[in-house]
Design a protein around this ligand. Structure first.
Ligand code: SF4
Ligand code: SF4
Ligand code: FES
Length: 198
């Protein structure tokens, strides 16, 4: 299979022609890196566990190691995850949210799927509030609950700003459902009954 791959590198895209049979985006990136060792991206576990390989594939956030290229055609565009400080090529600082958790974890496991969060940052990258409001971002609220089910966000996290748009829950690769976790702290501020009366 011959692929034309456009990869965002700093302010421009670099295009690579790749002739090879690959199944996942990570395999493709590794092949390209053999052609061009200057290309930078992150990966560790290769199996959807470490959360380091999040990128945008044709404008959709994915884990590169889990993203199949089947049916995507012969031209692909790859960008770094938006919404985070950019480091280099496909690498962003998606872990910066943890600096905001200033308290130590307590005992007790959450009944939600929060403990299955791999901290990939995909939910934050699709949240329309990140970087345009003081909202702390879905990944941080998931982490808060994963550390202790009794934890509560402090006012600086502005959980009340969540629009419940569901983008984070739809795109989380582990079906952690950040929006439902956030709803425990900040229920939807309107009801469909109210809307139907308009
Ligand atoms: S909640 Fe899902 S999308 Fe968000 S960081 Fe965790 S695993 Fe990634
Ligand atoms: S549901 Fe809330 S946290 Fe999730 S993407 Fe929408 S605004 Fe962000
Ligand atoms: S390399 Fe670990 S999640 Fe993809």
């Amino acid at each position: 299979m011959e692929l034309l791959v456009h990869i965002r590198r700093d302010k421009t895209y670099q295009t690579y022609e790749v002739k090879a049979k690959v199944n996942t985006l990570l395999e493709l990136l590794e092949l390209i890196k053999e052609q061009d060792p200057t290309l930078s991206f992150r990966q560790m576990c290769r199996s959807g566990i470490c959360g380091t390989c999040g990128v945008m594939l044709n404008s959709k956030p994915v884990l590169a190691c889990k993203a199949s290229l089947l049916g995507l055609g012969q031209e692909l565009t790859i960008d770094p995850l938006p919404g985070f400080p950019h480091i280099k090529d496909l690498i962003v600082d998606s872990k910066r949210a943890y600096a905001q958790l200033k308290f130590p974890p307590k005992e007790g496991q959450s009944p939600t799927k929060a403990h299955e969060c791999i901290r990939c940052g995909i939910c934050d990258s699709v949240c329309p509030l990140l970087n345009v409001s003081p909202f702390a971002g879905p990944m941080l609220f998931v982490r808060l609950i994963a550390l202790c089910k009794e934890s509560k966000p402090d006012s600086s996290m502005h959980v009340e700003l969540c629009t419940h748009c569901m983008a984070c829950s739809r795109l989380c690769p582990n079906e952690v459902m950040p929006e439902s976790i956030i709803s425990q702290f900040s229920p939807k501020s309107f009801s469909f009954d109210f809307l139907s009366g308009l």
